[in-house]
Design a protein around this ligand. Structure first.
Ligand code: R5P
Length: 217
């Protein structure tokens, strides 16, 4: 199986977690793209979805799935999303698609976060994938200097503007030994909207697809 087939296998396995008549929290990215295709096949059972990006909202609507404003929803049972890296502690780096802030918001509302990945995303220590940080545009240089003080090498993802109108710095060469602490520390830098460490609120269930099938962690 190639990587896309593995992403699809993990994504379709997440459909089993959806309750009848529910509103599903939907993440962003290529793995979630397969999940959205799968959702279309059971859309008659759903009220609809809350989405973490304009991209996912457009895909959902194109398949006839209603997209609700998060402000009109008090409660979400389930949030399904991919990751760029994930550890055995279910801590993640996310934001390769620049959707990290909205993803973190929808995840915060949901009772259960189901992370869907192919086996290549599993790591012992986070940080080989550069850590995305969403930044208010006028603070870009200041935040970059502060990230250097934390030991990282920030690189501006030029040409990318987030759905919130902000910029992304990708921080290379960080040694992430304590993800919970680093997530909080980076979020305290003035001008940072949020960073792509999902450690304080990690995943609850991980569905990992490999040649031998989809394993639930
Ligand atoms: O901003 C993007 C998200 O955090 C994605 O969940 C993450 O980048 C994984 O994406 P993909 O499923 O395309 O590998």
């Amino acid at each position: 199986m190639n990587q896309n087939e593995l992403k699809k296998a993990a994504a379709l396995a997440a459909l089993d977690f959806i309750e009848d008549d529910s509103i599903v929290g939907v993440g962003t990215g290529s793995t979630v793209g397969y999940f959205i295709e799968g959702l279309a096949s059971i859309k008659h059972k759903l009220q609809g979805a809350v989405s973490s990006s304009e991209d996912s909202s457009a895909k959902l609507r194109a398949l006839g799935i209603e997209v609700f404003d998060l402000n009109s929803v008090d409660y979400l049972d389930l949030y399904v999303d991919g990751a760029d890296e994930i550890t055995e502690h279910k801590h993640m780096i996310k934001g390769g698609g620049a959707a990290l802030t909205r993803e973190k918001i929808v995840a915060a509302v949901a009772k259960t976060f189901v992370c869907i990945v192919d086996g290549s995303k599993q790591v012992d220590i986070l940080g080989n994938f550069p850590l995305p940080v969403e930044v208010i545009p006028m603070a870009r240089s200041y935040v970059a200097r502060e990230l250097v003080k934390l030991g990282g090498d920030p690189v501006w993802r030029q040409g990318v503007v987030t759905d919130n109108g902000n910029l992304i710095l990708d921080v290379h060469n960080l040694e992430i030994l304590n993800p919970v602490e680093l997530e909080a520390k980076i979020n305290q830098i003035v001008g940072v909207v949020t960073n792509g460490l999902f450690a304080k609120r990690g995943a609850d269930i991980v569905l990992v697809a490999s040649e031998s099938g989809v394993q639930q962690l």
